[in-house]
Design a protein around this ligand. Structure first.
Ligand code: GLP
Length: 241
């Protein structure tokens, strides 16, 4: 893993933006894997700025998001589809038929998961997967205990994840208990991975990741086995290392 240590959230977002601008401009048909959550908001805001300044275009970009809550319609403001549209897609020149986010409201979720895997394969795989990390080490919504061989599937959310994500909902009871998530193997199949980590709530997870012990009890630890991972991490998140 290539660790890039930065000062704070803003610098993390700037460096991550530089990284993606470079990939978007150098790949002919970039296939990006995208993540939701607080960590990537600054990155998406800056990508919109880069687009407005004419430095990048999304015309040839295809995207696959990591995950979506089960039971939320795309029009639901709490859905990841809505989040991505508001935070990025509707502000840039991406063609929405190149945008992929699992449909958590599909009537046949198993079929939805298979179709998602097929769509990734058909696009030629993910070139650059942007990842955040959960305080418990989850990647996507793959919670501790998930087999490293997992593919896109319906997953149960940990209590701690439900608690952590309750900030986006009116009450903890509203937080869905399941999600559709790209699998760990799906994530590991991407050609390159960009992990962004910020803040002291991630310090323990970061320390564990850097220890290098690989275990299904700590899903992100598998990243130590991928040969092209860049971690952009701020000082607060490195406080435990
Ligand atoms: C969330 C999402 C992930 C995200 C991670 C960290 O629950 N499912 O895709 O990367 O957990 O989220 P945050 O950046 O809000 O800390």
């Amino acid at each position: 893993m290539n660790i890039m240590r930065v000062r704070d959230y803003n610098q993390m977002s700037e460096k991550a933006t530089e990284f993606l601008v470079n990939r978007i401009n150098s790949l002919e048909n970039p296939v990006l894997g995208l993540a939701t959550g607080s960590t990537t908001e600054g990155l998406y805001q800056r990508l919109i700025e880069k687009y407005s300044q004419g430095e990048i275009s999304f015309k040839h970009v295809t995207t696959f998001n990591l995950d979506e809550y089960v039971g939320l319609e795309q029009s639901d403001p709490k859905s990841y589809y809505y989040f991505m549209n508001e935070r990025l897609f509707r502000h840039v020149d991406i063609s929405m038929d190149r945008v992929h986010i699992p449909n958590g409201a599909a009537s046949d979720l198993k079929k939805e998961c298979e179709a998602y895997e097929n769509a990734i394969a058909q696009a030629g795989g993910v070139d650059v997967q942007v990842l955040g990390i959960g305080a418990n080490g989850h990647i996507g919504f793959n919670e501790p205990g998930t087999p490293f061989s997992s593919k896109t599937d319906v997953v149960d959310l940990d209590k701690s994840t439900i608690q952590a994500n309750a900030r986006f909902f009116n009450s903890i009871e509203e937080v869905p208990t399941q999600a559709v998530s790209m699998g760990i193997e799906t994530i590991m199949n991407s050609k390159e991975i960009l992990l962004v980590v910020s803040g002291d709530t991630k310090a323990d997870a970061m320390a564990k990741l850097l220890e290098g012990e690989i275990s299904e009890d700590f899903p992100a630890s598998i990243l130590n086995k991928h040969d092209s991972v860049t971690v952009i991490v701020d000082e607060a998140a490195l406080a435990g290392s």
